[in-house]
Each structure stands twice: as structure tokens, then as C-alpha cells.
Design a binder for this molecule. Sequence first.
Ligand code: NAD
Ligand code: MG
Length: 403
Amino acid sequence: MGLTMDLGDAAFGKRITVLGSTGSVGCSTLDLVARARDSIGVEAFPIEALTAHSNVAELISQARTFKPQLAVIGEPALLDDLREGLAGTGIKAAGGPSALIEAAQRPADWVMAAIVGAAGLAPTYAAIERGAQVALANKECLVCAGELVMALARRSGATLLPADSEHNAIFQVLEQANRDAIEKIILTASGGPFLNMSLDDMAHVTPAQAVAHPNWSMGEKISVDSATMMNKGLEVIEAHYLFGFGADEIEVLIHPQSVVHSMVAYRDGSVLAQLGSPDMRTPIAHTLAWPGRMDAPSERLDLAERGALTFESPDETRFPALRLARNSLQIGRGAPTILNAANEAAVTAFLGGRIGFLDIPRVVEGALDRMNNGRGVADLNALEDVFALDSQAREQAKQLMSA
Ligand code: NAD
Ligand code: MG
């Protein structure tokens, strides 16, 4: 990196909003912004809005540093604290679910959608609705409402930029002009902390063990999803909606080093891959500077020092979440929405010590069974339909967990 950070023409001066700014992806995004501002000045990335759920202290500190027009706390009871913390700064403070949507509606060129779970759907949807560039980390919104979200993006002309590392890799190596010459896409998976653990041992793992990911530092929910491999299942569904491939054209490959982030296989036998060290600032920078490139501080890949890169097939007996997600995608209808909601409920219960690790896929499968895999669900024509199905699935999961 030279004395001045190079943002490329496309990134410089982009007005941005970060939904979920206090989370792992949100902080990585603001790290890139801070470096650009240190090097170039505040005009590098003016900030429209920052949002958080309940970490009001961190949100206040971020707002004081980055000076957005608006700071939103999702938990309405914390709005007074936010107001007090921002008194005299001229930054507008707001709270509650409707304020999250307002944040997304404000005129930013680029919005990072990094709220975790279906809670991110409504604000992400609002950003897409006004035709913004939307960097999508919040995969759950595509899993629970993929058709609605993609149809909205087509109507509004929004640009969806995949920020999830695997999907960003595919986005980088997928030749749009040769779309018909693609045989399959290959999503790599680290395998998580329990890759080689027996089912007997997995039955007793603690939340602390499950969130200790070997390669990536991430929020708790996605870390547990990585340990069950539900994360990869959700990503298969995410890839389907983003890139239009069927379940049988999306392969999952275990790659414990997390260096090859994903691949696209073409008809002539070529396989194109994107590589990098496991640091979300690389895919985030790609979406921020798109269609250009910008400097990012991620550790440079030293393949000689890394030595071997290894690959193996996933074991769907020990990691049934992968099979459940693939089945849900094949069934379609309401199945992915139910899968996602039941998983969110089960992961929350696991993190709270109320169910065991292996109960997570059991609860998801049980909720899918009880709801006939969403086969009878009428079309999900509006967000309200998604939210209704999502709450039914959470209720079924709750009943299963208290039985
Ligand atoms: P995190 O838990 O670290 O952060 C979540 C953010 O969302 C926080 O800012 C939190 O305040 C906010 N939030 C949580 N619940 C909310 C609610 N009900 N209403 C409003 N805001 C709420 O999560 P993360 O690891 O940063 O992941 C965010 C999203 O990005 C997830 O969908 C995850 O799957 C995806 N993702 C994360 C990574 C990663 O490396 N962390 C990689 C790829 C994709
Ligand atoms: Mg990923």
C-alpha cells in the first residue's frame, strides 16, 4: 500500500450505510472506512446511517467516530441512552424496527446488509427497494425470502453485491458472458470446529466450543451455524437465489484451510477459483469498490508458507443440517423459510444452554416435518407472508424444545 490508500474511482466518495454496524461484518466494514478516512479524509466515505440492535455503547462510540447523519438502535428501550450519548453532536438518533427501515431508505449509494437473521429482512428489503447497491452479508434474508428479494432487485434495478466470502468468490470468477457454459459451482466449507469429531462427542459440546471457529472470527450465530454446517446449507440456498443454479448444480467441498473461497467449473474442464486469507475485509472491499478494486489490509496469502491445501467430501451423517437445507431448496415453497426460522430458534436455545448441540438439526427437522416441509404453504407474495410463516416455524420449534 502506498502513502495514500487507493480506493479506485468507483469507491471514492461513495455515501454508505451500515445495517448491523456493531457486529463482526459491520466492524470489518467500518475498519475499511476508518483506514480510508485516515489516509484520504472524511470525504472518502461519507456515512448516512449506522444501526445496531442493543449494543448502545458501541453504537454511540461508532457514531461519534464516523459522524453519520442518523444512528438507529433496534431496541426501542435504549433510545434514551442513545440520545443522551449523542447529545450535542448533531447526529439524529432513532429507535425501533421502523427506524431500521428508515435508515435503509435514506439516500446512501451503498448499503452493507449485516444484521444477523430474518430480523435483517425488512431493512435489507427497503434498501433494495430504492435501487441502491446492496452488499449482502445477511444470508438469512435470501434463505427466508429469496424469490421476493430477487424479484424486488430486478424491479428496482438494485445491484446485489455478494459479501459472503464464498458468494463473493463466485461473483468474482463467474463469467456472465459464458453463463451457459457453467457445469457447476463449488462452495468450499472449513468444516468448522467439529469436522473430525464423533457424534458421541458432539452431543456434549458447549456453546463456547461451538463458537470457537478455527479460521474465521465471526458473530455467535454464524459460528454455531458453521459448527453444525447449517451455514453451508444456508449458503447453498443463498447461491441458488443469487446465481440461479439448481440444488444439483451446487456442490459443497470441505476445505479446512479456508484459502480457496469457492469455485466455478466450466464445460471445457476449467475450474476458476478465488483465493485469499480468511479475512472478511477482502470480500467487503470487493463489494465496496465494485466494479473497481481498492486497497485492503488483509494478510497477504503466502502459499509456500501455507503448504498443503486439502479437500474432502462432506459427511451428511454427522452433519445432517446440510441434507436438510438441500432438501428444503429442492422442495421450495415454504421449506427454506421454515428451515431458517427453526434454525434461528434452535441456535438461540443452544447458546442459552437450553438444548444440546445435536438437538439443533433435530429441532429443524422436527419443525419441517410438523409443517409438512412447507409444501402446503401458499405463495409467499409479500414480506408479511414470510413473517407469518417464520413465526409459525419458531412456534413449532419452541414446542419441540419444551416437549
Ligand atoms: P454479529 O452477531 O456479529 O452482528 C450482528 C449485527 O446485527 C449487530 O450489529 C447487531 O446489533 C445487529 N442485530 C442483531 N439482531 C438484530 C435485530 N433483531 N434487529 C436489528 N439489528 C440486529 O453477526 P455477524 O457475524 O456480523 O453476521 C452478520 C450477518 O452476516 C449474518 O447474516 C451472517 O450470516 C453474515 N455473514 C457473516 C460473516 C462473518 O464473518 N461474520 C461472514 C459471512 C456472512
Ligand atoms: Mg460464508
